[in-house]
Design a protein around this ligand. Structure first.
Ligand SMILES: [Zn+2]
Length: 180
């Protein structure tokens, strides 16, 4: 039995426990679809941090990349709009790799706080020569909108590492680009 089969069988059992008629044409393939959905959110894309030798010392930023994750408390979708920046010195990260770093840490079952921390820490610690990194996430939590507090408020988290933590002007430059 593969892991996919196990997840599908558990989904079937869950839906059956809820009293749903799995022979009904609308539910017939639901266990399979639900399993696919859960596997999608538990298998985020691999990290790929391919760097190129390049002397550059100005901030590089990717702004407003949208990623959907699930919150660990309710397993409900969270729409995260992510911006991140880093300051290289000797090496730059391939540009398309930055949205992939965001996908890797946010397209999963995670806290928004953890995603921001992991993205900033990775761009600081794992990119060769990185002098610092920052991440800002603005998110809509469906668990807050559709249930519980029923608030349409956004949730904002940010994380700064290296030069962004040490120098206020770096942090302010990053934040000023987000506001534009
Ligand atoms: Zn939640």
């Amino acid at each position: 039995m593969t892991n996919e089969d196990r997840v599908e069988s558990a989904c079937r059992h869950l839906l059956w426990s809820l009293g749903l008629d799995l022979d009904d044409r609308n539910f017939k393939e639901t266990p399979e679809r639900l399993a696919k959905l859960l596997l999608y959110w538990t298998n985020p894309p691999e990290l790929d941090l391919k760097c190129f030798k390049e002397v550059h010392d100005e901030m590089i930023m990717v702004r407003n990349h949208e990623v959907w994750g699930l919150c660990p408390h309710h397993m409900l979708p969270v729409k995260m709009t992510i911006s991140a920046a880093y300051v290289p010195t000797t090496h730059v990260l391939g540009l398309s790799k930055i949205p992939r770093v965001m996908d890797h840490f946010a397209r999963r079952i995670t806290l928004q706080e953890t995603a921001a921390d992991s993205i900033a820490t990775t761009l600081f610690e794992l990119v060769e020569g990185s002098a610092g990194a920052a991440c800002y996430i603005q998110a809509e939590h469906t668990c807050m909108k559709a249930r519980g507090v029923r608030s349409s408020a956004d949730v904002i988290t940010s994380c700064v590492r290296g030069v962004f933590a040490k120098k206020l002007e770096c942090r302010n430059e990053f934040l000023s680009f987000i506001r534009r």
